[in-house]
Design a protein. Structure first.
Length: 286
């Protein structure tokens, strides 16, 4: 079993070399939901689900994937290895099966777990999730650049991320929020959301840049996951104004997953897709 501190954070040992950290939000005895953060990200982003989880009697488990926050690095992992760090969290929390929700870069890992460990997954929600290259088409220029650097010049990317983390810790939350929002958006981002997103970004690099470099590399190539093997219900939540993940890519993902249903959030950018979808995602048994 893992050990807990007053911040409701647990650390579970996966094997002799690795540990996975996760935080809990919502109701301790509620319906379990595993929330997978973006790339980069940490357990801190799960705080955005806390209010809805308490309202709907849901227990949120928010793990940090390897190389983020307090979780041990695992540079050689792939998207197909998702269950190797999701199931130990379920075991440690005493949960047989749970709903999975993956935001942005967490989406691939939610789908991977559903494809490889259907016995541990009740349903899946993908929120503005990254899509496989063969499904979504060409990624936006920034994502292509990050994937190229992660593959060909990981040290350069690590240096860039180090600089971003330094700025994020010292500047206004708008520095981080701007990476996930459209410049012409008129809907304000609440202060609590902006502060959580900033804390999430800073915590992601608490021990280094390994997690982000690994994921920018692995999600830009074939995931090694058979999406047609997914049998559980999958809801896809995508914003029509998301420049991080174009809406056309979401349509491709819907076609690739037999059980998927696409929900369009009109005018929502990347971060606002998360904020606006949380109440429906957290609400039990839609």
């Amino acid at each position: 079993m893992g050990h807990r501190n007053r911040c409701e954070t647990s650390v579970v040992r996966v094997d002799e070399q690795r540990e996975i950290a996760y935080a809990e939000y919502g109701r301790p005895d509620g319906t379990p939901l595993v929330f997978l953060h973006g790339t980069p990200g940490s357990r801190r982003l799960g705080a955005l689900l806390d209010h809805a989880a308490r309202t709907h009697d849901v227990r949120v488990l928010a793990p940090e994937r390897p190389g983020y926050g307090r979780s041990s690095p695992w540079p050689e992992r792939s998207v197909a290895d998702a269950a190797a760090f999701v199931t130990p969290v379920l075991d440690d929390a005493g949960v047989d099966a749970a709903r999975l929700a993956g935001f942005s870069g967490g989406g691939p890992y939610a789908l991977s777990t559903a494809a490889t460990r259907p016995d541990r997954v009740d349903r899946v929600d993908v929120i503005a999730g990254a899509t496989p290259p063969r499904v979504g088409g060409d990624a936006p220029a920034v994502q292509r650049l990050l994937g190229t650097l992660a593959t060909r010049a990981p040290r350069v990317l690590g240096g860039l991320l180090r600089g971003q983390a330094w700025c994020a810790e010292r500047l206004d939350p708008s520095f981080v929020v701007g990476q996930y929002t459209a410049s012409n958006a008129t809907e304000p981002v609440p202060d609590r959301v902006a502060e959580t997103v900033q804390a999430d970004f800073v915590e992601a690099f608490a021990q280094g840049r390994s997690g982000a470099v690994t994921e920018f590399r692995t999600t830009s190539t074939d995931w090694g996951v058979d999406l047609t093997a997914i049998e559980t219900d999958v809801d896809l939540w995508y914003g029509t104004a998301d420049t991080n993940v174009p809406f056309a890519h979401a349509r491709g993902l819907e076609r690739a997953i037999p059980t998927a249903e696409l929900h369009a959030l009109d005018g929502a950018d990347h971060l606002r897709t998360l904020v606006r979808s949380v109440p429906a995602v957290v609400a039990a048994d839609r």
